[in-house]
Design a protein around this ligand. Sequence first.
Ligand code: G1P
Length: 275
Amino acid sequence: MIKKCLFPAAGYGTRFLPATKAMPKEMLPIVNKPLIQYGVEEALEAGIKDIAIVTGRNKRAIEDHFDISYELESQIQGTDKEQYLTGIRQIMQNATFSYTRQVEMKGLGHAILSGRPLIGDEPFAVVLADDLCLNPDEDGVLEQMVKLYNQFRCSIVAIQEVPRDQTSKYGVIDGQMIRDDIYRVNTMVEKPAPEDAPSNLAIIGRYILTPDIFDLIEQTEPGKGGEIQITDALMKQAQQGCVLAYKFKGRRFDCGMTEGYIEATNYCYENFHKK
Ligand code: G1P
């Protein structure tokens, strides 16, 4: 059973300055809901109720968002505005939240390692909130991955085909297809130039990780950009045992970039909000 989901949320969000100067990028709204709430909803839909968030300085708004605001509650109690809080109230009833801080920014692998005290010795999911993944009316992406984990019991990364000239934005895998949409990973490279990329199968911000990954991250030297990369630790895991890559069903929006953010906003407005 996957019971815990880790959200690395300590990054500075520099691509969205000045909006992210005093506000966490994970709190940027897609229409009227912050990005991280979409991720938490996806975890809950997958049956994962323990939400572990790795934060950093200037991230208090995330903790406040998943807490009661007594002043606001008493202001709107009994008015028609109460309906706007229904979704977040349900989340707070169904999920528990725990937090830890990543004190130094040393990369995604290091952020995940910082979450170790919250996760312990069990398999867990990871969501990068700025990859917004939607699959309305069918299983969400994490739910698809949890089902796969229950069959295979090893680490799984979500992947998507990207244009060749985009490989340097992603971790890229290569492997053997063992079933429709499922690959056994042979190679993984963090942000390769198109000419060095082993394929055009890019890792998207959804992972299921077995807990031996923590020791592997500890043994991982800084890689691309001088940072400790989860991709490098996963490569070791693939060499020692098995890592799967799963071409998920659904749409993914790169909300870490303005174009993807606007596309996601338009999509959510058209599909979920427009009357
Ligand atoms: C991270 C990972 C990368 C992955 C990407 C997905 O990169 O390091 O392997 O492909 O997330 O969004 P980042 O976008 O944080 O630079």
